[in-house]
Design a protein around this ligand. Structure first.
Ligand code: AMP
Ligand code: GLY
Length: 418
């Protein structure tokens, strides 16, 4: 099969790495890809969210299957457009991807189907939003409705902070159109766990749980990032909690989307908080998470292409999905200053040596003129190692990353230890 993967970060590198092992995949392409992906797939210089150009290229080059990884093209309906062009694709259609693209939609869905989540109200009127904040008190959480690159969430410790977040979103348009509607919700407490699940519209198959590390600095300090590292499985996710999540959250969500005429095919991302009252949904995403995917797919012992095909065809219940014992840890090596301001274009050394003991997935890299690998983004690499225990996986990831260096390299020292 000729297969195209859409995207170009660490998550897409992990997906390409796994697809390249499938006997079904004879030719692998990735758009736009990066310097690491280029070692496994032919990179095509089309932006991930250019739906028209992507579909035209896939048609012209007779792709047998397309895997759409990032949120933007899914929300724009890339899967719908591919299907209309007769190309089978992995990922939700636009009407199901809305579960990530609109927080107002996902909160309504949870309310209607009694799926546990934080209490909330949605506001299009600023004065009403400010009055609600006054009435509820702090701590309280203010969210911009649309996709705002994960930056549209303010966990406010005081009423004043919450009110200025509301004003920033609704009056100053800090998050563009995505802030015209805000969701204000109860502040939950407890450990956060991610569960990714393959879905075919009707059935779901959970992957091992995982845990992201969103803050930039050690001890969960500093600004939120796209993720500084991930472990899988999460030690907080016991079999009892997993069974409860399946019954109260996962199955009801898949059934709800189907009942609404929006069957979900692809990866459903459950961002959960294990609160004192039980597991609750923090957010849904309509795709593989990054960096969680780098850790989780490293544990997959089955043919990923076969799973993707079954998700698209509605036969996931017949899939044979096996996972390795043990644990995985993905350590992100970032550019100094990320996520605020950083330079790129610096040469990276030590990649080959690191690659002997771990998967070094590339997030933001490009090839220089002499074939050297240069930094090209905030998150640069995801060094992903396995171990018999979580502790071993963590120490293997740090040991594997030790030879890698580039100017101003920054990474957290406490992945898997907080
Ligand atoms: P989201 O983009 O909705 O996942 O929010 C980003 C982060 O904000 C989450 O990973 C949580 O750490 C935090 N957060 C979001 N909603 C809540 C909530 N209701 N209570 C406490 N923390 C939250
Ligand atoms: N790691 C969080 C996300 O992919 O949204």
């Amino acid at each position: 099969m000729k297969v195209l993967v859409v995207g170009g970060g660490g998550r897409e590198h992990a997906v390409c790495w796994k697809l390249a092992q499938s006997p079904k995949v004879t030719e692998l392409f990735c758009a736009p890809g990066n310097a690491g992906i280029a070692q496994l797939a032919r990179c095509v210089p089309i932006k991930a969210d250019d739906v028209e150009a992507m579909v035209a290229w896939a048609k012209e080059n007779a792709m047998d299957f397309v895997m759409v990884a990032p949120d933007d093209p899914l929300a724009l309906g890339m899967v719908d457009a591919l299907e209309a062009a007769g190309i089978p694709a992995f990922g939700p259609r636009k009407n199901a991807a809305v579960i990530e693209a609109s927080k107002a939609f996902s909160k309504e869905l949870m309310k209607k189907y009694r799926i546990p989540t934080a209490r909330y109200e949605t506001f299009a009127d600023m004065d009403a939003a400010l009055a609600y904040v006054e009435q509820q008190g702090a701590p309280i959480v203010v969210k911009a409705d649309g996709l705002a690159l994960g930056k549209g969430v303010i966990v406010a410790a005081t009423v004043e902070e919450a009110k200025s977040a509301v004003r920033a979103m609704m009056e100053e348009g800090r998050f563009g159109r995505s802030g015209a509607t805000v969701v204000i919700e109860e502040c939950m407490t407890g450990p956060e766990v991610t569960v990714l699940a393959f879905c075919d519209g009707e059935h779901l198959a959970c992957m091992p749980s995982s845990q992201d590390h969103k803050r930039a600095y050690d001890g969960n300090q500093g600004p939120n990032t796209g993720g500084m590292g991930a472990i899988s499985p999460s030690p907080n996710y016991t079999p009892e909690i997993a069974a409860r999540c399946m019954e109260e959250i996962f199955l009801p969500t898949v059934a709800a989307l189907k009942a609404e005429g929006r069957p979900f095919r692809g990866v459903l991302y459950f961002g959960l908080m294990l609160t004192p009252q039980g597991p609750k949904v923090v957010e849904y995403n309509a795709r593989f998470g990054d960096p969680e995917t780098q850790a989780v797919l490293s544990l997959l012992d089955s043919d990923l292409m076969d799973i993707f095909e079954r998700c698209a065809a509605g036969t996931l219940d017949q899939a044979d999905i096996r996972w390795k014992e043990g644990a995985a840890c993905c350590l992100v090596l970032a550019s100094g200053g990320y996520p605020v301001r950083y330079q790129s274009g610096y040469p990276i050394s030590g990649l080959e040596e690191a690659g002997r003991s771990a998967n070094v997935f590339h997030a933001g890299t490009r090839a220089g003129e002499n074939g050297e690998i240069l930094t090209a983004g905030g998150r640069v690499l995801g060094v992903t190692a396995l171990g018999n225990t979580l502790e071993q996986a963590v120490s293997n990831a740090y040991a594997a990353a030790a030879p890698i260096s580039f100017r101003d390299m920054h990474f957290r020292k406490d992945i898997g230890r907080v």
